[in-house]
Design a protein around this ligand. Structure first.
Ligand SMILES: N#Cc1c(-c2ccc3ccn(Cc4ccccn4)c3c2)n[nH]c1N
Length: 235
Protein backbone atom coordinates (compact mmCIF):
# COMPACT_ATOMS: atom_id res chain seq x y z
CA UNK A 1 0.00 0.00 0.00
CA UNK A 2 1.23 3.48 -0.91
CA UNK A 3 0.29 6.34 1.38
CA UNK A 4 0.88 10.03 0.64
CA UNK A 5 0.20 12.91 3.00
CA UNK A 6 0.05 16.60 2.03
CA UNK A 7 0.54 18.98 4.98
CA UNK A 8 2.12 22.28 6.03
CA UNK A 9 3.64 20.46 9.01
CA UNK A 10 5.54 17.43 7.61
CA UNK A 11 7.23 16.90 10.97
CA UNK A 12 3.81 16.06 12.46
CA UNK A 13 3.90 12.83 10.43
CA UNK A 14 7.27 11.63 11.77
CA UNK A 15 5.51 9.14 14.13
CA UNK A 16 4.58 7.17 11.01
CA UNK A 17 8.22 6.10 10.85
CA UNK A 18 8.37 4.78 14.43
CA UNK A 19 7.66 1.31 15.92
CA UNK A 20 5.36 -1.08 14.04
CA UNK A 21 4.53 1.41 11.29
CA UNK A 22 8.23 2.08 10.77
CA UNK A 23 8.83 -1.67 10.61
CA UNK A 24 6.03 -2.01 8.05
CA UNK A 25 7.87 0.54 5.90
CA UNK A 26 11.19 -1.27 6.41
CA UNK A 27 9.53 -4.56 5.43
CA UNK A 28 8.13 -2.95 2.29
CA UNK A 29 4.54 -3.58 3.37
CA UNK A 30 3.79 0.12 2.95
CA UNK A 31 5.52 3.12 1.44
CA UNK A 32 4.87 6.60 2.76
CA UNK A 33 5.41 9.97 1.13
CA UNK A 34 4.98 13.22 3.10
CA UNK A 35 4.71 16.40 1.03
CA UNK A 36 5.00 19.99 2.24
CA UNK A 37 2.10 22.00 0.80
CA UNK A 38 4.27 25.13 0.82
CA UNK A 39 6.31 23.60 -2.00
CA UNK A 40 3.37 24.53 -4.25
CA UNK A 41 3.09 28.15 -3.14
CA UNK A 42 3.87 30.95 -5.56
CA UNK A 43 4.79 33.94 -3.41
CA UNK A 44 7.68 34.98 -1.25
CA UNK A 45 5.55 34.55 1.85
CA UNK A 46 4.53 31.01 0.78
CA UNK A 47 0.91 31.86 1.61
CA UNK A 48 -1.44 28.88 1.89
CA UNK A 49 -4.52 30.63 3.31
CA UNK A 50 -6.78 33.62 2.70
CA UNK A 51 -9.87 35.26 4.16
CA UNK A 52 -13.18 33.40 3.78
CA UNK A 53 -15.75 34.62 1.22
CA UNK A 54 -18.88 35.65 3.09
CA UNK A 55 -16.85 36.66 6.14
CA UNK A 56 -16.57 34.67 9.36
CA UNK A 57 -13.75 33.70 11.68
CA UNK A 58 -10.37 32.37 10.67
CA UNK A 59 -8.83 31.68 7.29
CA UNK A 60 -9.44 29.17 4.50
CA UNK A 61 -6.74 27.28 2.62
CA UNK A 62 -6.23 28.38 -0.96
CA UNK A 63 -7.42 26.30 -3.94
CA UNK A 64 -4.65 27.81 -6.08
CA UNK A 65 -2.11 26.05 -3.85
CA UNK A 66 -3.97 22.84 -3.00
CA UNK A 67 -5.04 22.23 -6.60
CA UNK A 68 -1.54 21.97 -8.09
CA UNK A 69 -0.34 20.02 -5.04
CA UNK A 70 -3.03 17.37 -5.45
CA UNK A 71 -2.55 17.34 -9.24
CA UNK A 72 1.03 16.26 -8.60
CA UNK A 73 0.50 13.94 -5.62
CA UNK A 74 -2.54 12.19 -7.16
CA UNK A 75 -0.59 11.57 -10.37
CA UNK A 76 0.50 8.10 -11.39
CA UNK A 77 3.80 7.14 -13.12
CA UNK A 78 2.53 8.57 -16.43
CA UNK A 79 1.97 11.97 -14.84
CA UNK A 80 -1.79 11.68 -15.26
CA UNK A 81 -4.15 11.37 -12.27
CA UNK A 82 -4.16 7.78 -11.00
CA UNK A 83 -7.87 6.91 -11.22
CA UNK A 84 -7.52 4.20 -8.58
CA UNK A 85 -6.17 6.43 -5.81
CA UNK A 86 -8.45 7.30 -2.90
CA UNK A 87 -8.28 10.90 -1.64
CA UNK A 88 -9.09 11.17 2.06
CA UNK A 89 -9.82 14.53 3.66
CA UNK A 90 -9.98 14.69 7.47
CA UNK A 91 -12.57 17.26 8.56
CA UNK A 92 -14.86 17.78 11.57
CA UNK A 93 -17.69 17.84 9.02
CA UNK A 94 -16.87 14.39 7.65
CA UNK A 95 -18.58 11.00 7.77
CA UNK A 96 -17.49 9.09 10.86
CA UNK A 97 -14.28 7.06 10.45
CA UNK A 98 -14.76 3.65 12.09
CA UNK A 99 -13.38 0.11 12.05
CA UNK A 100 -15.47 -0.76 8.99
CA UNK A 101 -13.88 2.18 7.16
CA UNK A 102 -10.43 1.03 8.23
CA UNK A 103 -11.18 -2.48 6.98
CA UNK A 104 -12.44 -1.14 3.65
CA UNK A 105 -9.44 1.18 3.18
CA UNK A 106 -7.01 -1.64 4.01
CA UNK A 107 -7.88 -3.04 0.55
CA UNK A 108 -6.82 0.14 -1.25
CA UNK A 109 -3.59 0.26 -3.30
CA UNK A 110 -3.04 4.01 -2.80
CA UNK A 111 -4.44 6.56 -0.37
CA UNK A 112 -3.62 10.28 -0.41
CA UNK A 113 -4.45 12.28 2.72
CA UNK A 114 -5.03 16.05 2.49
CA UNK A 115 -4.31 17.67 5.86
CA UNK A 116 -6.01 21.00 6.29
CA UNK A 117 -5.40 23.67 8.89
CA UNK A 118 -7.10 27.00 9.78
CA UNK A 119 -10.85 26.62 9.10
CA UNK A 120 -10.28 24.02 6.42
CA UNK A 121 -9.65 23.87 2.66
CA UNK A 122 -11.66 25.62 -0.11
CA UNK A 123 -14.40 23.09 -1.01
CA UNK A 124 -13.73 23.49 -4.73
CA UNK A 125 -10.46 21.60 -4.25
CA UNK A 126 -12.43 18.41 -3.48
CA UNK A 127 -15.21 19.14 -5.97
CA UNK A 128 -12.50 19.35 -8.63
CA UNK A 129 -10.62 16.25 -7.41
CA UNK A 130 -13.91 14.27 -7.35
CA UNK A 131 -14.04 14.70 -11.14
CA UNK A 132 -11.01 12.34 -11.36
CA UNK A 133 -10.76 10.26 -8.16
CA UNK A 134 -12.87 8.97 -5.27
CA UNK A 135 -12.91 11.52 -2.40
CA UNK A 136 -13.92 10.71 1.20
CA UNK A 137 -14.30 13.50 3.77
CA UNK A 138 -14.08 11.83 7.19
CA UNK A 139 -14.06 12.72 10.89
CA UNK A 140 -12.34 10.68 13.60
CA UNK A 141 -14.72 11.87 16.32
CA UNK A 142 -17.09 14.47 17.72
CA UNK A 143 -14.53 16.98 18.92
CA UNK A 144 -12.60 19.71 17.08
CA UNK A 145 -8.88 19.47 16.41
CA UNK A 146 -6.57 22.21 15.10
CA UNK A 147 -5.74 20.39 11.88
CA UNK A 148 -5.89 17.11 10.02
CA UNK A 149 -2.45 15.69 10.82
CA UNK A 150 -3.37 13.95 14.08
CA UNK A 151 -6.45 12.47 12.40
CA UNK A 152 -4.23 11.08 9.64
CA UNK A 153 -1.97 9.42 12.21
CA UNK A 154 -5.02 7.79 13.80
CA UNK A 155 -6.46 6.59 10.50
CA UNK A 156 -3.16 5.35 9.09
CA UNK A 157 -2.49 3.31 12.24
CA UNK A 158 -6.01 1.83 12.19
CA UNK A 159 -5.65 0.86 8.51
CA UNK A 160 -2.03 -0.29 8.35
CA UNK A 161 -2.34 -2.61 11.37
CA UNK A 162 -4.87 -4.59 9.34
CA UNK A 163 -2.40 -5.32 6.55
CA UNK A 164 -0.97 -8.85 6.49
CA UNK A 165 2.45 -9.04 8.15
CA UNK A 166 2.22 -5.77 10.08
CA UNK A 167 1.14 -7.22 13.43
CA UNK A 168 3.34 -10.07 14.70
CA UNK A 169 1.91 -13.49 15.63
CA UNK A 170 1.64 -12.33 19.24
CA UNK A 171 -0.81 -9.64 18.21
CA UNK A 172 -3.85 -10.02 16.06
CA UNK A 173 -6.57 -7.82 14.72
CA UNK A 174 -8.77 -10.90 14.32
CA UNK A 175 -10.36 -10.37 17.75
CA UNK A 176 -10.31 -6.59 17.75
CA UNK A 177 -12.78 -4.56 19.64
CA UNK A 178 -15.46 -3.43 17.23
CA UNK A 179 -14.71 -6.27 14.82
CA UNK A 180 -17.36 -8.33 16.69
CA UNK A 181 -19.29 -5.20 17.58
CA UNK A 182 -18.35 -5.34 21.27
CA UNK A 183 -15.75 -3.57 23.40
CA UNK A 184 -12.68 -5.47 24.53
CA UNK A 185 -13.02 -6.89 28.06
CA UNK A 186 -10.37 -6.54 30.81
CA UNK A 187 -6.90 -8.05 30.36
CA UNK A 188 -4.50 -9.42 32.96
CA UNK A 189 -0.91 -10.67 33.18
CA UNK A 190 1.55 -11.73 35.91
CA UNK A 191 1.73 -11.52 38.85
CA UNK A 192 -1.46 -13.41 39.90
CA UNK A 193 -1.86 -11.04 42.88
CA UNK A 194 -0.80 -7.42 42.65
CA UNK A 195 -1.39 -4.91 45.48
CA UNK A 196 -3.87 -7.42 46.94
CA UNK A 197 -5.77 -7.48 43.61
CA UNK A 198 -6.30 -10.95 42.18
CA UNK A 199 -6.61 -12.09 38.56
CA UNK A 200 -10.16 -13.51 38.02
CA UNK A 201 -9.80 -17.23 38.89
CA UNK A 202 -11.56 -18.39 35.69
CA UNK A 203 -8.50 -17.16 33.74
CA UNK A 204 -6.31 -19.52 35.75
CA UNK A 205 -8.67 -22.50 35.26
CA UNK A 206 -7.21 -23.79 32.01
CA UNK A 207 -10.81 -24.35 30.82
CA UNK A 208 -10.75 -22.59 27.43
CA UNK A 209 -14.52 -22.84 27.00
CA UNK A 210 -15.18 -21.24 30.35
CA UNK A 211 -12.57 -18.54 29.66
CA UNK A 212 -14.15 -17.74 26.28
CA UNK A 213 -17.65 -17.51 27.80
CA UNK A 214 -16.38 -15.32 30.65
CA UNK A 215 -14.57 -13.00 28.26
CA UNK A 216 -17.67 -12.66 26.05
CA UNK A 217 -19.80 -11.83 29.11
CA UNK A 218 -17.25 -9.24 30.23
CA UNK A 219 -17.30 -7.66 26.76
CA UNK A 220 -21.10 -7.55 26.76
CA UNK A 221 -21.21 -6.03 30.27
CA UNK A 222 -18.61 -3.40 29.39
CA UNK A 223 -20.37 -2.56 26.13
CA UNK A 224 -23.75 -2.21 27.86
CA UNK A 225 -22.17 0.10 30.44
CA UNK A 226 -19.90 2.23 28.23
CA UNK A 227 -21.22 2.01 24.65
CA UNK A 228 -24.87 0.85 24.59
CA UNK A 229 -25.07 2.45 21.15
CA UNK A 230 -23.00 -0.45 19.80
CA UNK A 231 -25.63 -3.01 20.85
CA UNK A 232 -28.56 -3.94 18.58
CA UNK A 233 -31.72 -2.05 19.65
CA UNK A 234 -34.38 -4.13 21.42
CA UNK A 235 -37.20 -3.08 19.07
N1 LIG B 1 -10.83 14.31 11.16
C1 LIG B 1 -11.03 15.22 11.87
C2 LIG B 1 -11.30 16.23 12.81
C3 LIG B 1 -10.94 17.58 12.86
C4 LIG B 1 -10.20 18.42 11.89
C5 LIG B 1 -9.67 17.85 10.72
C6 LIG B 1 -9.04 18.66 9.78
C7 LIG B 1 -8.95 20.04 10.02
C8 LIG B 1 -8.44 21.13 9.27
C9 LIG B 1 -8.63 22.29 10.01
N2 LIG B 1 -9.24 21.94 11.16
C10 LIG B 1 -9.63 22.89 12.20
C11 LIG B 1 -11.07 23.27 12.06
C12 LIG B 1 -11.70 23.80 13.12
C13 LIG B 1 -13.03 24.17 13.01
C14 LIG B 1 -13.68 23.99 11.83
C15 LIG B 1 -13.02 23.44 10.80
N3 LIG B 1 -11.70 23.06 10.90
C16 LIG B 1 -9.47 20.60 11.19
C17 LIG B 1 -10.08 19.79 12.14
N4 LIG B 1 -11.43 18.10 14.00
N5 LIG B 1 -12.09 17.13 14.65
C18 LIG B 1 -12.04 15.98 13.97
N6 LIG B 1 -12.62 14.78 14.35
Amino acid sequence: MRLDVVTIFPEYLEPLRVALLGKAIDKGLISVGVHNLRDWTHDVHKAVDDSPYGGGPGMVMKPTVWGPALDDVLAGPDGETDPEVLLVVPTPAGRRFDQATAQRWSQEKRIVFACGRYEGIDQRVFDDAARRVRVEEVSIGDYVLIGGEVAVLVMVEAVVRLLPGVLGNQQSHQEDSFSDGLLEGPSYTRPAVWRDLEVPPVLMSGDHGKVARWRHEQSLERTRERRPDLLPSDD
